[in-house]
Design a protein around this ligand. Sequence first.
Ligand code: KIV
Length: 273
Amino acid sequence: MSLSAPAIRARKRRSGSQPLVMVTAYDEPSARFVDAAGVDIILVGDSVANVVLGHHDTLHVTVEEMCHHVRAVAAAKPRAHIVADMPWLSYHVDAGDSVRNAGALIRAGAHSVKLEGGQIRRSVARAILDAEIPVMGHLGLTPQSVLAFGGFKVQAKTREAAKWLVEDAISLQDEGVYAIVIEGVPSAVGTLATESLEVPTIGIGAGPDTDGQVLVFHDLLGLTNRAPAKFVRQYADLGPVITEALERFAADVRSGAFPSETETYANPEDLLN
Ligand code: KIV
């Protein structure tokens, strides 16, 4: 049985729980690696758009594409909870469509959905929750707001903006979300939001005091070709390891060293006579 949304809802650090660990995965092998590491939550993030599909932002991924990746992750049958991002425009137009889109992600194998925004998304969060689908919130530097923000900029840098963020977080909590991602804010705002809420916060670039932390799989393993953002800690540098292995394969093919006899099926007698 996978970790449930109510079990995650209970993981507040101030009640003695260990911090929550969330990592993205977009396919079956990466979900297997993440689950084998004992991670609590696998996020099938809409960051799939810019991390693996070659877009510049998260605005170019559809519900169908997200379902495709959720199915691949669910095929790993992880013990971890699978939360799927609702992509841009899948919950901005109409409550009925939003519920159907959330349902499609659940039928693809997610255990809950994540959506961006505070009070403005309150009614849509309510509609999805009313359909018995657990919802995770996401506030701060919400990547789907990149055009409105004028870039990927740290948010809540004034007292007033910090107060709005906390009000947004409380309104999502009052609606019934089970956890809230806080992204790209000064650490004091991560701390204030965490202290103001009964539901756990999961930070990314929100300082050390949130109830959990999330990173993108490709960022923490050094699998991107961009410089890591300030909040990323790279735990491995697998890019050069992969390139070196592929270069050795290419060299072996070109020199005739691959395949060797042990890598070749023996010829039956019949074929030799
Ligand atoms: O899509 C994603 O990877 C995310 C994280 C940045 C939290 O939403």
